[in-house]
Design a protein around this ligand. Structure first.
Ligand code: PEP
Ligand code: MG
Length: 838
């Protein structure tokens, strides 16, 4: 969608979970050196154009392509990490340099299995290479499908565009041979650009009759410089000599990871020295567990003489297919309900496959020849798998595995076999290859780990295993299936090792670690429903952050003392029209109903900034995070806030509903909403008033806490935004991610001041930002005077447990000293010393 010359919405080029750059396991991308952007861990095999534009660069090795959008934004689409090493193998480029492409047009196809096995990671990047002119804002950090909105690209405002100054002084020139593996592809080019930008001089590279300024990533990549090519470097300006030396060094020094990768990487197990009694494989989901090995064998079919009644067999097959259809539909709706998007996507694909006429036609054809439904179905799937194999398709492995999944499910239904394995407790399951349905079933039956002779680390099963926290290894080789049933093994997934003959001591060590972990978790869960008090008797309310009534019910089941933050903007985003008062009321009431007799803090809509609504256009902003967002919406669109307040005033009982205002900076904003609430209550004939609280997420609010507390019923600290605004670091900035730490002493001082201000008016203070979920911070927050922590639902037991082991008076004493420290890391270090994590 091309709104104007400045703003552009990019659609997802791949399907899969979205990651911020900071989470990408590659120092150059993660640091933001190549520009702003986002990453996707892909589930599909084709990269699509995220917008219309012109292909300005195609990597020689076919693993990356750069587009220039019509508004001038340059977008590098880079498939996988270190994929330049594959020298084009497994990649098919579908467009040529100079071509014009439309939004969504396929750009390149790759062989998922091959690439996944041979490269460091499939995580793929969308990088805005001219980030100096444009800014990227993620629209979502959830899983996406191709074509769904992913990023907003906004042109940066330049105060009085300055004419580029002509470089002065003599131009000096040098020559160098390129040491970077694979030549000057995206990552080394980014480092060259970064090096050049450290100097005032203008620098250029010259190769093959072409020249490019070192300021332009695209220009540098466009020179198509290969490894060991000789290039000329020219620099002109006041520090030309130093710039030239720095660039020559940067060009002739391969990246650290490249040296490392130079020992041909591919499959992890091939590099290893064989160890007796150990099978090596690839980690698909991390974890260390010990347990009896349990081999799953394939279903065996009864012999078929081939003289069956076709009508009866068709009927039998139809019944089985209907049964499987409804089972998958149930799995799908569960996944939808629990917002397990990966699971939902995978089983939606299964449902589509199950309805595929080719499969059904082939099975019916065999049945008509007298074959039993079981064999007919089995043969139909096998034939389809063979077709995929012969095509050598990129999707081959995954689709075939998904087909085999359906084969098993339908055969089970036909044979009337219950889907339940007789497993020893805590088993480590070994199989040729497990299917997504196997995994769901096995995880319900409490297996400890999974290992497969085949399979890839990016398969659907691997994704599900990671989501369920089940250690899983793939590609262990056929000898896995020769191991003895029931033998004790150790699965060290991160180490890529299956230890077949662990010593008694090793087993005891792994089992003890496992036991301790489990026991701690069980103890915490068992106590999660009791109130949390420190050893000296201070009660701390541990509530939950939720976004829906389903999550609220889950939080209550996990022991939440209430809802500390309902982010209502989730009701407003991802839709075409605004929810009306009735719909809003139902949604808020459902959360109250899900929480039994506990109280619920509902925050008024917090859009603007990074959260934009299609149906609620707000004025374009140079700095949206500093613009009309949060409660400032009352200034721009008062009717929206009025409608939400009305919907909130209709919930019952009103005594359990507390209203929270985001992004307040001064007392008048609070007083204005108080007046509106008063007027609306009057209009509705209500005698009761809901409590009204203020979020402390702007330094101004923390500094004015005393004045705010005079008119508010409670304060709730949003440490996510408070960090951003106090440290002047974008909370989503990839390169600053490790430094946006709310345990910074400056934030602690603001938290202390907030609590002191609130105490003067006998108001309570909670924390609903991410710091509340960090057990290392629990003693500090209690020490500074916080009495409510609103955490993610899964952490309620853990945080309550942490509270119960603390002495509040000691927390107070030590926290005062922490305020005097000079950095967040010093605070973290001190916390580990004073209050070690269990
Ligand atoms: C915060 O800023 O800490 C907060 C809880 O609000 P959000 O993360 O929704 O901005
Ligand atoms: Mg916030």
């Amino acid at each position: 969608m091309h709104k104007n010359n400045k703003e552009l919405t990019l659609s997802a080029p791949l399907s899969g979970p979205v990651l911020t750059l900071a989470k990408v396991p590659d120092a150059v991308f993660a640091s933001g050196a190549m520009g702003d952007g986002i990453a996707i861990d892909p589930l599909n095999d084709t990269l699509h154009a995220p917008c219309a534009g012109v292909v300005v660069h195609v990597a020689r090795t076919g693993h990356a392509v750069t587009l220039r959008a019509d508004n001038g934004a340059e977008l590098l689409l880079h498939l996988g990490l270190d994929t330049v090493e594959l020298q084009g193998q497994g990649f098919t480029m579908l467009v040529e340099e100079g071509a014009r492409v439309t939004n969504g047009q396929p750009l390149l196809r790759y062989d998922q299995d091959k690439v996944a096995q041979q490269c460091k990671s499939l995580v793929s990047l969308l990088i805005l290479t001219n980030s100096q002119d444009f800014q990227a804002r993620p629209i979502t950090l959830k899983s996406v499908r191709v074509g769904e909105p992913l990023l907003h690209i906004i042109r940066r405002q330049v105060a009085g565009a300055q004419a580029e100054a002509e470089p002065v002084g003599e131009e000096i020139v040098g020559h160098i041979r390129i040491a970077h593996r694979g030549g000057l592809h995206a990552r080394p080019a980014a480092l060259i650009r970064q090096t050049a930008q450290g100097f005032k001089s203008k620098s250029k590279l010259h190769f093959g009759g072409k020249s490019a300024t070192c300021d332009s990533l695209i220009g540098l990549m466009g020179l198509a410089i290969g490894e060991q090519d000789d290039v000329q470097v020219s620099c002109q300006g006041p520090d030309a000599e130093a710039a030239l030396q720095a660039l020559l060094t940067a060009l002739s020094t391969a990246l650290a990871e490249e040296h490392h990768a130079a020992a041909p990487t591919p499959m992890v197990q091939r590099q290893r020295v064989p160890e007796a009694g150990v099978l090596h494989g690839v980690c698909a989901a991390p974890g260390l567990v010990a347990g009896p090995l349990f081999r799953l064998s394939a279903i065996s079919l009864p012999a078929d003489a081939g003289h069956n009644d076709p009508a009866q067999q068709r009927q039998t097959l139809d019944t089985a297919l209907t049964q499987v259809h409804s089972e998958i539909t149930a799995t799908l709706s569960q996944a939808r309900k629990h917002k397990q998007t990966d699971e939902e996507a995978i089983f939606a694909a299964h449902l589509a496959l199950l309805e595929d006429p080719a499969l059904l036609d082939a099975a019916h054809h065999s049945i008509d020849l007298g074959t039993a439904a079981t064999h007919a179905w089995s043969q139909s799937i096998d034939a389809q798998c063979d077709v995929l194999q012969q095509l050598g398709s990129a999707l081959l492995a995954e689709r075939a595995n998904d087909l085999r999944d359906l084969k098993q499910r339908v055969l089970r239904a036909l044979l009337g076999e219950a889907w339940h394995y007789e497993l020893p407790p805590g088993a480590i399951v070994a199989a040729h290859e497990l299917t997504p349905s196997d995994l769901l079933q096995l995880s319900q039956q409490g297996v400890a780990g999974l290992c497969m002779a085949e399979g890839g680390a990016t398969s659907h099963v691997a994704i599900l295993a990671r989501g369920k926290g089940l250690p899983c290894m793939v590609a262990l080789g056929a000898s896995l299936l020769d191991q003895q049933q029931g033998q004790a093994v150790v699965l060290d997934a991160e180490g890529g090792r299956l230890e077949l003959m662990p010593s008694v001591e090793r087993l005891a060590q792994v089992e003890q670690a496992q036991l301790d972990r489990r026991q701690r978790r069980a103890e915490q869960q068992a106590q999660a429903h009791s109130p949390a008090q420190t050893v000296d008797g201070l009660h701390i309310e541990v509530a939950a952050n939720v976004a829906s009534s389903e999550e609220a019910a889950n939080a209550l089941a996990n022991g939440a003392d209430g809802v500390g933050l309902l982010r209502t903007e989730f009701l407003f985003v991802d839709r075409q029209t605004a929810p009306d008062e009735r719909e809003q009321h139902h949604a808020y009431q459902a959360v109250l109903d899900a929480m039994g007799d506990k109280s619920v803090i509902i925050r008024t809509i917090d859009v603007g900034g990074d959260k934009q609504l299609d149906y609620l256009p707000l004025p374009a902003e140079a700095n949206p995070v500093l613009g009309l967002r949060g409660i400032r919406l009352a200034q721009a669109r008062p009717e929206i806030l009025d409608q939400q307040l009305r919907a909130l005033l209709h919930v019952t009982p009103l005594s359990r509903c507390r209203i929270l205002l985001p992004m307040v900076t001064e007392v008048d904003e609070l007083l204005h909403i108080r007046q509106r609430l008063e007027a609306l209550c009057h209009e509705l004939g209500l005698s009761q008033r809901p409590e009204l609280g203020v979020m402390i997420e702007v330094p101004a609010a923390a500094l004015l806490a005393e004045q705010l507390a005079e008119h508010a019923d409670f304060l709730s600290i949003g440490t996510n935004d408070l960090s951003q605004y106090t440290l002047a670091m974008d909370r989503d900035h990839a390169g600053l991610a490790s430094r946006v730490d709310a345990l910074h002493p400056a934030l602690l001082r603001l938290i202390a001041q907030t609590c002191a201000g609130a105490a003067r008016h006998k108001r309570w203070v909670g924390v609903c930002g991410a710091l509340a979920s960090d057990p290392l911070a629990t003693p500090v927050l209690i020490g500074l005077g916080v009495s409510e922590l609103s955490v993610s639902p899964v952490q309620i037991g853990e945080i309550k447990d942490r509270v119960r082991h603390l002495d509040a008076s000691e927390c107070r004493r030590i926290s005062q000293d922490l305020l005097k420290l000079s950095s967040a890391s010093a605070v973290r270090h001190a916390c580990h010393q004073h209050w070690p994590l269990r």
